[in-house]
Design a protein around this ligand. Structure first.
Ligand SMILES: [Zn+2]
Length: 359
């Protein structure tokens, strides 16, 4: 709805400017953006995703209906959208109960992991024996979609270089990559996350969910369904690093048997604490896993973008990762998880596809 209004508004403004100052190149550019959307019905359909209004309504609803799910507004995006923290548990102050945190969509063009989170929240808001069994043993915190404005394509910078004209953008409304602001907290989104979540709760494990470009493959040529990594910076305690690797082992063990699975090691030796996985581990002693789902919703490169047919199995993959991590923390099996998977996890590399054109 919001996106439609923005588009309509800009087209009206453009038509008006054409009347006043004829500018043919501008009108061609705007047309290109709109045509690009329609020309590619096979690409991930943004309208099939949960938009901001729908997600807000869903969260208000579970907050009202479920005894153990509480939703708190922790701040606002640059454009004034409300950032939510979903708290699942019967006593979040119980020091004997471990707490796991999931963060999704720091990058607005990485949407399916938020869909996974919504499904997990929905499941945990039902009153079943299984859910009560989990809530008895673990607290769950979820910050779904940190980059709300980017996810709506509602930004104050020119995104027309993107293949789909900026339907969803990596950076926030100010054009800033939120996952480079975990030290500076220069953006309202990361400031809210640190001040109202990380500094308020005793988090024992965290997973930072992203998407990487769609065209990464292992040596056998098979496309990678997901890639993982632990903190790679100095100043992380040995036990924090070890627990991060255990978290990865738990996720690997749950996903690996699935038909769609082809997991790889995410390639990064970044030691920067401005990124979440390194920052959480070094500053808060939180064992943290980076999980990169396959493919983006928009990018300068066509080959980086997901197809609609990829939607379902990738949402499922994120959901399996989240539920496995919750369960392993609840029953404490995570403490004995076998970290040798990290020695055999294959490397990935970027492959050329026939869709290598870029805009
Ligand atoms: Zn990302």
């Amino acid at each position: 709805m919001i996106r439609k209004m923005v588009k309509t508004g800009s087209i009206t403004a453009l038509a008006l400017s054409l009347l006043l100052v004829p500018s043919f190149s501008d009108s061609v550019k705007a047309d290109d953006n709109r045509t690009n959307v329609n020309q590619h019905p096979e690409l991930l359909r943004i309208e099939s995703l949960t938009n901001y209004d729908e997600m807000s309504r869903f969260l208000e609803n579970v907050d009202r209906k479920s005894e153990y799910v509480n939703v708190e507004v922790i701040g606002e995006s640059v454009k004034g959208r409300k950032l939510h923290l979903v708290k699942i548990g019967d006593n979040l102050d119980d020091p004997n109960k471990p707490t796991i945190l999931f963060l999704t969509q720091q990058h607005g063009n990485e949407p399916l992991v938020t869909e996974s989170a919504i499904r997990v929240i929905r499941q945990l808001s039902t009153d079943s024996k299984k859910v009560r069994g989990l809530i008895d043993k673990v607290n769950i915190l979820i910050v779904p979609r940190l980059n709300l404005d980017g996810a709506e394509g509602d930004v104050d910078w020119d995104s027309s270089h993107l293949y789909r004209g900026g339907l969803q953008t990596r950076n926030n409304a100010n054009g800033i990559n939120l996952n480079r602001t975990h030290n500076s907290l220069s953006q309202p989104e990361t400031k809210a996350l640190h001040e109202n979540v990380l500094q308020q709760y005793d988090v024992d494990y965290a997973i930072d969910f992203h998407h990487q470009i769609a065209n990464r493959a292992t040596d056998d040529g098979e496309l990678v369904s997901g890639a993982m990594l632990y903190p790679t910076n100095d100043g992380v305690k040995d036990e924090v690093l070890e627990s991060s690797k255990k978290l990865g082992a738990v996720v690997y063990k749950a996903i690996e048997p699935k038909k769609y699975s082809n997991l790889a090691r995410y390639h990064s030796d970044s030691t920067s604490t401005s990124i979440a996985r390194n920052n959480f581990a070094a500053h808060y002693d939180i064992p943290t896993l980076l999980f990169e789902n396959r493919g983006l919703s928009d990018s300068p490169n066509r080959s980086a973008i997901l197809e609609q047919k990829d939607r379902e199995y990738l949402i499922k993959q994120g959901e399996v990762a989240m539920l496995a991590a919750i369960e392993a923390v609840a029953n404490r099996s995570i403490e004995t998880a076998d970290t040798s998977i990290w020695d055999s996890l294959p490397e990935q590399h970027t492959v050329e596809t026939e869709l290598q054109e870029s805009k």
